[in-house]
Design a protein around this ligand. Structure first.
Ligand code: HAM
Length: 462
């Protein structure tokens, strides 16, 4: 299936690592986890997510004749869940979710048809402190993977400010202003000629000149700091009052120690229909890439879905662009499938003893594999080394008769026998501190002295 991924064990390991880092970041911020079905009624998205996403839906009629769709995003489901319990939830509600989303997009680098998203959202807090909290979490979640200021930035913008600005240049009608914002959303990707054509279309039926508006829009976008915005709009009381929220937001981000990751960038307006206030996207730096995360405030969605008035703000972070970036920057950790111990038995009787120990060690949490077949030492130890296990547990008939097991460091190639009766404690110590170093024994050449390293016995058994 184009745009869908198979997950081999190494991919699952990366996915597990990614989800674990997301969960841990969310835990540090006090968010609780939620989930919902990946299949939802079609109308949940057709009415709430906006044109672009609707054109990308994986929708169909189920066998009961219901119009349904795989979720292209998690936000409408979340707003439904919150709306249904709004009366009993302690506010602010801070929830995070991790789930697979499906969008029928053209597959390209960083864009797939099935991808995972980490979502974190806050409900019930209308002020910029909640915006700051989710932006700070976006930053810290990315930092949890080792990404730094040179690797990404948060581009911060504001749809409220955009509407105020558009009204100030003659575009008071909200529906028209929304259309114009649709053009702004594409400015980064289209030629000036195409932008002009698109703006003409957006302004159809008005007396406004598309070229003039685009010039005003470009001058507005050039304001790339709070100071520049304050200077430009000095004396405009409505806009100044909105900029007071900007001050609170940026001061909070500064106090939380993440302001250096954030840049004012009014080119960001976000394509989804429900955003109402501050919006932001996390972008990688230093190489071309797509957004790592995107989000913003959506104060009207819960009510639109039948819930009470409930301000909301949050973001979604995808796993595809993140994985690409981590691999590009050498930040993906080495994945190891190696067990702690690999047990091998040199005879059938010894095998029973080995299995008994393997079972016991596994039950106390150690990661232990064993050779499914008994066999010659050389072959078995090779198999042990191939698993990447640092230590092999060697069960020969003599060891079992003596109530011991030989523990072999596969890198240093030395062995020490431990009594089986205290094996768990001995192995826990070996894992922490390595094999103990013992005095070089005097070799009697018969392979039977304690801690014998002459290999004679091994040689006999081969
Ligand atoms: P979004 O900007 O559509 O926002 O997606 C957020 C992130 O999901 C993107 O920045 C990107 O990393 C990833 N993503 C989106 N589409 C794809 C795709 N086709 N392939 C791979 N990755 C993709 C939302 O979805 C909002 N619901 C986020 C939100 C939560 N807003 C408020 N709360």
């Amino acid at each position: 299936m184009p745009g869908f991924r198979d997950f081999y064990p190494e991919d699952c390991a990366i996915r597990n690592y990614t989800f674990a880092a997301w969960r841990e970041a969310a835990r540090r911020f006090g968010f609780s986890e939620w989930d919902a079905p990946a299949l939802e009624p079609l109308e949940l998205f057709t009415e709430k997510s906006g044109e672009e996403i609707v054109s990308q839906l994986f929708n169909f009629e189920d066998k009961g004749g219901r119009k349904v769709s795989l979720r292209p995003e998690m936000t409408p489901s979340l707003a439904r869940l919150i709306g249904a319990r709004a009366g009993t939830l302690r506010r602010p509600v801070k929830w995070f979710g991790i789930g697979e989303n499906y969008r029928y997009e053209k597959q390209q680098k960083g864009r797939l048809r099935a991808f995972y998203q980490f979502n974190a959202d806050i409900f019930g807090e209308p002020g910029p402190s909640a915006d700051a909290e989710v932006i700070a979490l976006t930053v810290e979640a990315l930092r949890a993977f080792g990404l730094q200021q040179k690797d990404f930035k948060i581009r911060l913008s504001d749809r409220t400010l955009w509407f105020l600005f558009l009204a100030s240049v003659g575009l008071e009608d909200e529906a028209l202003a929304t259309k114009a914002l649709g053009v702004v959303d594409k400015l980064e990707r289209v030629s000036p000629e195409d932008a002009l054509d698109m703006m003409k279309k957006a302004l159809e039926g008005t007396s406004l000149d598309a070229g003039t508006l685009l010039a005003q829009v470009r001058a507005f976008i050039a304001l790339d700091s709070l100071e520049a915005l304050k200077k430009h709009f000095a004396g405009n009381a409505v806009i100044e009052s909105r900029l007071a929220d900007w001050t609170t937001l940026l001061e909070t981000l500064g106090a939380l120690g993440v302001a250096d990751f954030v840049a004012v960038d009014l080119l960001i307006v976000r394509g989804l229909a429900y955003y109402t206030g501050f919006v932001f996207e996390a972008f990688q730096l230093g190489s071309e890439g797509r957004a790592l995360a995107g989000g913003g405030r959506y104060d009207k969605l819960v009510k639109k879905l039948g819930g009470p008035d409930m301000p909301a703000v949050g973001f979604g972070m995808g796993d595809v662009t993140l994985r690409n970036l981590l691999e590009e920057r050498g930040l993906m950790p080495e994945i190891s499938f190696a067990p702690d111990f690999y047990a091998l038995a040199l005879s059938e009787d010894a095998r029973r003893a080995a299995l008994e120990d393997v079972g016991n060690l596994r039950r106390i949490g150690m990661r232990v594999e064993y050779a499914f077949k008994t066999g010659k030492f050389g072959k078995l130890i090779q198999a042990a080394e191939q698993t990447g296990a640092r230590y092999a547990l060697i069960y020969g008939p003599d060891e079992v008769a003596a109530g011991v097991v030989k523990v072999r460091d596969t890198r240093e190639r030395r062995e020490i026998a431990f009594p089986r009766a205290q094996l768990a404690a001995a192995l826990a110590d070996v894992l922490d501190n390595g094999l103990p170093v013992v005095e070089e024994p005097v070799c009697h050449g018969d392979g039977h002295c304690e801690h014998c390293t002459c290999g004679k016995k091994d040689a006999e058994q081969k």
